[in-house]
Design a protein around this ligand. Structure first.
Ligand code: FES
Ligand code: FES
Length: 264
């Protein structure tokens, strides 16, 4: 009996990327037995930033803005209601919120900005990290009512139109995510980390904590320490460090793909 074409390790999304990339050759390539590691190498060679947009997890990283989309209706019977105006991603948003509502819930449930994730809801994972007045905060531990007149930036507000923030671009280039769940928090945290280092704020591993005011050079150790509040269950840490180092150093950091069998 003739062997049927096999699609060994590729997911549907990956097959779709391959079809878009090589519509004429795809069946020949797949019939010949394309392994997933070959596919990954292929997309590395052909420019990941475009192709990676097809892959799973990318939506988390981009977290497209919902500007203009209808907002969910406000809940009825709000207890302890507080009127608050928050500037979210450059737009003033007037909300009546329960005084106990967290910023994370207000963003997700009232403003439909679901890029920020609820991982633990206890301040332990960093998935909900957003910027308030340019500083990173855990939105699950921040009350929405305390954000009156404050500027809040979420993952949806980092890109300018179709141009990604350099940190988003670097995360794509270095494959700094797998499932993408922690990624919005990682990226917001990394963006704030840049200004903290630029302002000379010391961390636990800064050699000279008295040398304030001068920009801190971010070693891998500094990056790891400063990002230690953002947990990644997929373990994308090495690639996250590479992405941050690239943006910090303003020069290209080589992509390194190491496979289980030791090949690069
Ligand atoms: S959801 Fe906020 S730290 Fe985990
Ligand atoms: S990419 Fe999956 S949790 Fe970080």
């Amino acid at each position: 009996m003739e062997d049927q074409p096999k699609f060994p390790d590729l997911t549907d999304a990956e097959r779709k990327v391959l079809e878009d990339l090589m519509p004429d050759e795809v069946s020949e390539i797949i019939t010949a037995g394309l392994k997933r590691r070959h596919f990954l190498k292929l997309i590395t060679y052909t420019g990941t930033s475009l192709l990676a947009t097809h892959l799973l997890g990318i939506e988390q990283l981009m977290a497209r803005t919902t500007t203009g989309a209808p907002l969910p209706p406000p809940p009825t019977g709000i207890e302890n209601g507080v009127n608050v105006t928050v500037n979210v991603n450059g737009r003033a948003q007037k909300l009546l919120v329960d005084s106990r509502m967290t910023l994370l819930d207000a963003l997700r449930e009232r403003l439909a900005l679901t890029g920020s994730k609820k991982g633990c809801d206890h301040g332990q994972c960093g998935a909900c990290t957003v910027l308030v007045e340019g500083r990173r905060v855990l939105s699950c531990l921040t009350l929405a009512a305390t954000c009156q007149d404050k500027a809040v930036t979420t993952i949806e507000g980092l890109a300018k139109e179709d141009t990604l923030h350099p940190m988003q671009t670097a995360f794509i280039k270095h494959d700094g995510f797998q499932c993408g769940y922690c990624t919005p928090g990682q990226i917001c945290s990394a963006v704030a980390l840049m200004s903290e280092a630029k302002n000379g704020e010391a961390s636990y591993v800064t050699p000279n904590v008295r040398q304030t005011g001068k920009p801190v050079k971010l070693s891998d150790e500094e990056i790891r320490e400063r990002m230690s509040g953002n947990i990644c269950r997929c373990g994308a840490y090495p690639n996250i460090v590479d992405a941050i180092r690239e943006v910090h150093g303003d020069k290209a950091v080589a992509q390194v793909w190491q496979f289980a069998d030791g090949t690069i």
